[in-house]
Ligand binder design. Structure first.
Ligand code: PLP
Length: 232
């Protein structure tokens, strides 16, 4: 089995290759998704040079922060990619690099208040449910623009872009990853006409990051392939 450091190297090389092959001159950021992994594995990922990390539960993120405190690990940038859930948010919120899973105005309002209390502006992405899969979070595409305008007006928040999940693997009713990421890209371009400072389009996981990069993703969120080796 390959080591985590070898996996990181292989994924980085692949991200470069796919980006170049699709005619891009920029490189999407690699965010390592550490949810459910052991501290040892997370440490190995950090030592292999992955400095942007993501968790999907507030309580787990809080535990990570205790294990890797900011004063000892100043160059780790934390992302939050899970359900916002008001109560856990209130209990465990501390300013972090980016909250990618903002999905409605009431969560936005709660976050705005917490960010103002903390004294630091909080970067957020708005999650769009392009697949329309029931049970998935995110705003539906037809509600996106009113939601963006409302969120952009909240003090304490910086709306930096959009987050899109690919289709559910193996679900015959889902659109293809190319359709989903293509629509994600189109919505992002339109959103930027409204808010030109938006620079982040977070799309792509272990299963589908290549397709996401071809559709202009500026950030891929990868867990499995970093810890268990590349999927082919
Ligand atoms: C788990 C998760 C990922 C990473 O998925 P892998 O298949 O492990 O690469 C990315 N984004 C979100 C929102 C997730 O919950």
């Amino acid at each position: 089995m390959s080591t985590i450091a070898e996996n990181v190297e292989a994924i980085r090389a692949d991200i470069r290759e796919v980006s170049q092959a699709s005619g891009r001159s920029d490189l999407p950021r690699l965010v390592g998704v550490t949810k459910t992994r052991s501290l040892e594995d997370v440490r190995a990922l950090i030592l292999a040079g992955v400095d942007h990390l993501a968790e999907n539960r507030w309580e787990s993120w809080h535990e990570r922060l205790l294990a890797f405190p900011g004063n000892l690990w100043p160059s780790i940038f934390w992302h939050f990619i899970g359900p916002i859930q008001g109560r856990a948010l209130k209990r465990f919120y501390r300013p972090l690099f980016c909250i990618e899973s903002l999905d409605n105005l009431s969560h936005g309002t709660a976050l705005s208040r917490l960010a103002l209390e903390s004294g630091a502006p909080q970067s957020v992405l708005l999650e769009v449910n392009v697949c329309r899969a029931p049970g998935r979070t995110g705003v539906l595409p037809e509600n996106l623009f009113p939601e963006i305008e409302a969120l952009a007006a909240l003090p304490g928040l910086r709306l930096e872009g959009l987050m899109v999940m690919g289709p559910i693997p193996g679900d015959a009713k889902s659109p293809s990853s190319s359709e989903v990421f293509g629509e994600g890209n189109a919505l992002f371009q339109e959103a930027r006409r409204l808010i030109p400072s938006m620079g982040t389009l977070s799309m792509g996981m272990s299963e589908d990051y290549r397709e996401a990069i071809r559709w202009g993703s500026t950030e891929v969120r990868i867990g499995r392939s970093l810890f268990e080796g590349m999927l082919r």
